[in-house]
Design a protein around this ligand. Structure first.
Ligand code: SF4
Length: 340
């Protein structure tokens, strides 16, 4: 029996916290004199994965591959075109406003840009406390203030920061404010949308360490989005690699870094520095840019840039195939390696 299929659900848990099933988001492209729809950007084109409670899944790919759109569709910040998002056994897609508002307590997001995601006119206390008010989580003024102080201290800030404004903080501190804001409602799942991309490398490590500590402390589940495999290496239990709106490989983190089964993952990995002095990877430089998602290439979408392209890749779309345990990849090179 062939195991090739498009929806990889590695057996992680009987009841995953999150199950994304064939998620699609197409943005219409308007053009011409009358602004008619002339096509669509296939930003997310059939993405499926599961996330177990307490797990971190790294979601990696170049700019424009659809990873942030996937994260936003899960939280319904963007309405998906089709597909299902099951959170604790409930399909989030199609939930009414009230039900969705209640669910916002369980699912939060940390944004990429700590400069743009905080309202400059609000004090840090008001930013962190906003969700406490919306969800009516504290009963008295004293409780409200104490909870904000507790949240600030949890992310490594101080009580006296609550009266200050975002512009008074460094990039790393602003991202800590964003994390405190997400924690205010005691969520179960946090979509970390490139939370360290805008920060200096030295600060990146501090924020990632903080996120790891918070995960332990509060039993959090992360979907950790990044464009760089080196960022997600240590925080992820599993890693999914996206290309042109689709997941092309998903595997336990260690396995993906040691034995990648997709040429695109190999190319991304070749850019990850090895910490041991004297050891260097041979850099695989991909030719050309990411193709236009309005009109993706035929066959394997990666074929115009693939260093291992074969004739059949130009016409045949590769099946998403299980290559071992929880390791799946979409590449014809794995056809003979599929589990039976
Ligand atoms: Fe490269 Fe072909 Fe594999 Fe696509 S299917 S990644 S073009 S070898």
């Amino acid at each position: 029996m062939s195991t090739a299929r498009r929806d990889p659900f590695p057996a992680l848990a009987d009841q995953p916290l999150l199950r994304v099933n064939e998620l699609v988001k197409h943005f219409p492209v308007k053009g011409g004199l009358f602004g008619r729809t002339s096509g669509s950007v296939r930003a997310v084109d059939g993405v499926s994965f599961e996330l177990a409670k307490g797990e971190t899944l790294g979601l990696v790919g170049e700019s424009g591959c659809g990873k942030s759109t996937t994260g936003r569709c899960i939280l319904r910040l963007i309405e998906p075109t089709s597909g299902e998002v099951w959170f604790e056994g409930r399909n989030v897609v199609g939930l009414g406003r009230e039900a969705m508002r209640a669910l916002c307590r369980d699912m939060q997001i940390i944004f990429q840009d700590p400069y743009a995601s905080l309202d400059p006119r609000m004090t840090v206390g008001a930013i962190v406390g906003e969700a406490l008010v919306i969800h009516n989580l504290t009963k008295t003024e004293t409780q409200y203030r104490e909870r904000i102080v507790e949240l600030l201290e949890t992310v490594g800030l101080h009580a006296d920061h609550l009266r200050r404004y975002p512009h008074e903080f460094s990039g790393g501190q602003r991202q800590r404010i964003g994390i405190a804001r997400a924690l205010a409602v005691s969520p179960k799942l946090i979509v970390c949308d490139e939370p360290v991309s805008a920060l200096d490398v030295s600060i990146q490590a501090q924020v990632i360490n903080l996120l790891e500590d918070l995960q332990q402390k509060f039993d959090l589940t992360y979907l950790f989005i990044a464009h760089d495999l080196s960022v997600v290496e240590h925080i992820s239990d599993r890693v999914a690699v996206m290309y042109l709106g689709r997941i092309v490989e998903i595997a336990p983190a260690r396995e993906l870094y040691t034995t990648p089964r997709h040429p695109y993952t190999e190319a991304l990995l070749s850019a990850v520095p090895i910490p041991e002095p004297g050891l260097k990877r041979t850099r695989i430089r991909l030719v050309g840019d990411v193709p236009n998602p309005i009109n993706p290439p035929s066959g394997c979408h990666f074929h115009p840039r693939c260093p291992k392209v074969m004739e059949r890749c130009k016409t045949e779309s590769p099946a998403f195939r299980q290559v071992s345990g929880g390791h799946w990849a979409a590449c014809h090179l794995n056809d003979s390696a599929g589990l039976t």
